[in-house]
Design a protein around this ligand. Structure first.
Ligand code: ADP
Length: 315
């Protein structure tokens, strides 16, 4: 098993799910540190039940993670398969985002190596599952920070522009905007007009709302530029905040822990039952599995109704 790419809260609970379910079926389990890098360099170690004690509540990943450019090259993948054979690994569980899962797909398609993927990413942009591990925690972490900002925005009659993670999509931004009662949300997928946003803020001010929150996904615009524009256009006192890497950390929510342990155990069981080249996920609360080829060639889109709801809540 590896955890690879960007870390996300709940990966540890998934590791625990994989290890304990596999041991329960009589399998031997090896963990490789630092994702694909540890596979290539042979940094593997046997795991027993105690290896995953006391980690269910911890953010990050106890297996460590890394980016591994070598694995993108055919030579790197050949080396990885060689090492896996030396360790007598019959199947690999890969916990990570779309990059890590693309690596898993290549291992399966090029070498027929048995792999099962688990979606671990705060971005929630992976198709084939309603939720990826870490998204719920990241949203809650951002929401907690924004609740504090709201207090000071209210006291000083300020507009606050808050940048959340999401380089290519607005999943976190939309969820956070709804949870925080923000006045506007800017996402990379949908064109937006800052002038419209300013007009809306002016209208709200006339109606007596003296402070506002605007959520920006990092891929849509820079919070500092948005804040500048709003200040110059409206004259309102405006501040900005970039939440940054704090969104990746922290103890996972109950939702993420339960999701992770379910997906971990399911992945181990699928692999031990002979399934391969797939990713496990949840669909309407039920566990599902889809081919990696489907998952990685399908785009998951934000829910347009949620986006509209943010605006509808500012009448
Ligand atoms: P994430 O898994 O969070 O999306 P990355 O995109 O950085 O993170 O991918 C993690 C690692 O997965 C990369 O460092 C690389 O080793 C492997 N990987 C990513 N894309 C590919 C690819 N196209 N082919 C092979 N391996 C890949």
């Amino acid at each position: 098993m590896i955890t690879s790419g960007g870390d996300s809260p709940g990966m540890n609970a998934a590791v625990r799910g994989v290890v304990r379910a596999a041991l329960g079926r009589g399998a031997e389990v090896f963990g490789f540190r630092h994702g694909w890098r540890g596979v290539i360099s042979g940094d593997g170690f046997p795991m027993n039940s105690g290896s995953v004690s006391g980690i269910v509540d911890r953010g990050g990943t106890s297996l460590h993670t890394a980016r591994c450019p070598e694995f993108r090259e055919p030579k790197g993948r050949e080396q990885a398969v060689q090492v896996l054979k030396e360790f007598e690994v019959d199947g690999l569980v890969v916990i990570g985002g779309d990059g890590s899962l693309t690596g898993a797909r290549r291992l399966f398609e090029e070498f027929r190596f048995p792999v099962v993927g688990i979606p671990g990413s705060i971005d929630n942009d992976i198709a084939g599952t309603d939720y990826s591990i870490g998204f719920d925690t990241a949203v809650n972490t951002a929401m907690d920070a924004i609740d504090k900002i709201r207090d000071t925005a209210y006291s000083h009659d300020r507009v606050f522009v808050i940048e959340v993670m999401g380089r290519a999509n607005g999943f976190i931004a939309v969820e956070v905007a709804l949870a925080s009662g923000a006045e506007a949300v800017l996402v990379p997928e949908v064109p937006f007009s800052l002038m419209d946003a300013c007009n809306r803020l002016r209208k709200l001010r006339v109606e007596g709302k003296r402070s506002s929150l605007i959520i920006v996904a990092e891929g849509a615009a820079r919070a500092t530029d948005v804040a500048d524009f709003i200040h110059r256009t409206t004259g309102f006192e405006t501040r900005y905040l970039v939440l940054g890497h704090m969104q990746r950390g922290g103890s996972p929510t109950a939702f993420d822990r339960v999701l992770a342990v379910r997906l971990g155990a399911y992945a181990a069981n699928r692999l031990l039952s002979g399934f391969m080249g797939e990713m496990v996920g949840v669909d309407g609360g039920k566990l599902v599995a889809h081919p990696l080829s489907y998952v990685l060639s399908t785009t998951k889109n934000i829910d347009p109704d949620r986006l509209l709801l943010v605006e509808a809540m500012t009448v």
